[in-house]
Design a protein. Structure first.
Lengths: 251, 275
């Protein structure tokens, strides 16, 4: 199995507080890796390390290496190029104060794409993948910020897909979306798996069970275990804490 | 987010304000002393002597001075962008400049005008020597004698000192008002700093930046009007001579101030609609 991301000895601190404590694991190519764990366990921090947005937090320090396709991400000079290779969906939907069309076309445009027909095509494809096209196809020029919370969340998914990323990071993508639409997006994710590697951070352990090829369990900045989803959700995973968390008898 | 201030920040603010008060106090004592000396030598009230020599040429090139303040505003906006977007918040130069700005914006404009003019004209000779090293371009306006060149520079400096800190402060606040998630969302999509600024931050913050500029300009006009008012009051028996311009400047100042408030109000109701 080819490795897409290799993490070794990754440690992140915010001042004195340790957010990730020397974790090491690999993410395989074209897998859906579910990341589960309670709050404050370092899941979001981990995603921020990968696309180097942790650099915006002045007090954060990072040790260890993260390799993307065998290249240490710290040695990549063009950080914007790196971020274009990674699609990121943040937990709170943030509609850029632009029209729906411009929201989705923002990333291709920043990458230098100008042709109207190509942009149209990208916008339609991404909105369809995010299960939003049918609802907004007649009003693509209204403000993205006027959509409802769930629609805005799907808009951010469309935006994350718009620059054809190699890795798609989803951070709690479904908290504002109704169950039916969530199912539709989950189907899309399964088909996208052939094109890209997906990191799925979720509080809904059942979602990880449904989608993920493998699942990692984070707790207080430690990686407790990472294994195939079948084993994590079986009756005897590698650690008692995992069993307790997955079955809701934690603590 | 802005309203969250830590104890340490409040302490720092109090210390800075006390320093500002001490500096102002010392300046006043110093000036008062100077004025008393001047009275002894010239035999007439010192403030009048200085104001008489200072204020009459002041109004000949007031329009040039005001357009210079407009330039200062543009420069201030650019400088605020540099401070806010390129220098990290922990940089000591940024912190120094920000505390200076906090002191300078706190002074009311009329106190500014009178104080600055008194300081600059008390040292007119020293200033003149310094200025002769940098002669004024010929075509900038009609400034006949050397003393008026000094006056001109003094005025320009005063206005710039009054207008620029306010512009920098309001522009910084406007840039900060753009929510961090919006910047992050743009960065996550692979936009570089310039693209984030031009396509997200500036369009959102533009109204507030403009409002800040108008407020600063209004301040400059108000000060000019007040100086004219004082001059008219003191040195002409009839109130006709200067009052036309006085009213004009005061009206412009008032208009700019109202315009800036309207901009902020419109901006506020717009962003309320968006969220």
């Amino acid at each position: 199995m080819e490795n897409k991301i290799e993490i070794s000895g990754l440690q992140v601190r915010y001042g004195d507080k340790t957010a990730l404590n020397r974790i090491s694991f690999d993410v395989h190519k074209n897998e859906i890796l579910g990341i589960i764990g309670p709050a404050q366990s370092g899941k979001t921090t981990f995603l921020k390390v990968i696309n180097r947005t942790l650099e915006f937090i002045p007090e954060a320090t990072v040790e260890g290496t993260v390799k993307l396709d065998g290249v240490d991400i710290d040695t990549i000079d063009d950080v914007y190029e790196l971020r274009r290779r990674i699609g990121m969906v943040l937990p709170l939907p943030v509609g850029l104060p632009l029209s729906i069309y411009d929201n989705v076309a923002f990333a291709p445009r920043t990458a230098g794409l100008r042709t109207k027909s190509e942009l149209d095509e990208i916008v339609e494809r991404c909105l369809q993948q995010a299960a939003l096209w049918d609802e907004v196809k007649d009003r693509l020029d209204t403000l993205g910020t006027k959509l409802s919370g769930g629609q805005q969340q799907r808009l951010t998914i469309a935006r994350a897909l718009s620059h054809q990323p190699e890795i798609l990071c989803l951070d709690e993508f479904s908290i504002a979306i109704d169950p039916v639409t969530t199912m539709r997006i989950e189907e899309v994710l399964k088909t996208l798996q052939t094109e890209m590697t997906i990191l799925l951070v979720t509080n809904l352990v059942q979602q990880a069970k449904r989608l993920a090829t493998r699942t990692a369990f984070f707790l207080n900045g430690d990686l407790i275990e990472i294994d195939t989803t079948d084993i994590i959700f079986s009756d005897n995973p590698g650690s008692q804490a995992t069993y307790d968390y997955v079955n809701g008898t934690f603590g | 987010m802005n309203s969250m201030t830590t104890r340490a920040e409040r302490k720092q603010k109090i210390v800075l304000q006390s320093i500002a008060f001490i500096i102002l106090g010392v300046a006043f004592i110093f000036l008062w002393h100077e004025l008393k000396n001047a009275r002894a030598t010239s035999g007439q009230p010192a403030s009048e002597a200085i104001l008489l020599s200072a204020l009459s040429p002041l109004f000949n090139n007031l329009y040039i001075v005001l357009s210079m303040s407009l330039l200062a505003i543009l420069f201030g906006i650019a400088f605020a962008f540099y401070l806010e977007e390129w220098l990290p918040a922990t940089n000591w130069i940024r912190r120094l400049i920000e505390s200076l700005i906090a002191i300078l914006t706190g002074i009311p404009s009329i106190a500014y005008g009178i104080l600055a003019i008194l300081i600059f004209f008390s040292y007119a000779d020293t200033l003149k020597e310094a200025i002769e090293a940098f002669p004024l371009p010929e075509n900038i306006g009609t400034i006949p004698s050397q003393i008026e060149t000094t006056v001109f520079y003094a005025e320009v400096l005063t206005f710039i000192l009054m207008v620029m800190p306010l512009t920098i402060k309001t522009t910084q606040e406007a840039l900060r008002s753009v929510a961090t998630p919006i910047r992050e969302a743009a960065y996550v999509l692979g936009a570089n700093q310039w693209q984030v600024l031009t396509r997200q931050v500036v369009p959102i913050a533009f109204t507030r930046i403009l409002a800040g500029g108008c407020r600063a300009m209004s301040r400059a006009f108000a000060m000019a009007a007040l100086l004219i008012g004082i001059y008219t009051w003191h040195y002409t028996t009839e109130l006709r001579g200067m009052s036309g311009r006085f009213i004009l400047f005061l009206t412009v100042a008032l208009f700019l101030s109202i315009f800036s408030s309207t901009l902020i109000w419109v901006h506020g109701s717009n962003s309320a609609q968006h969220s």
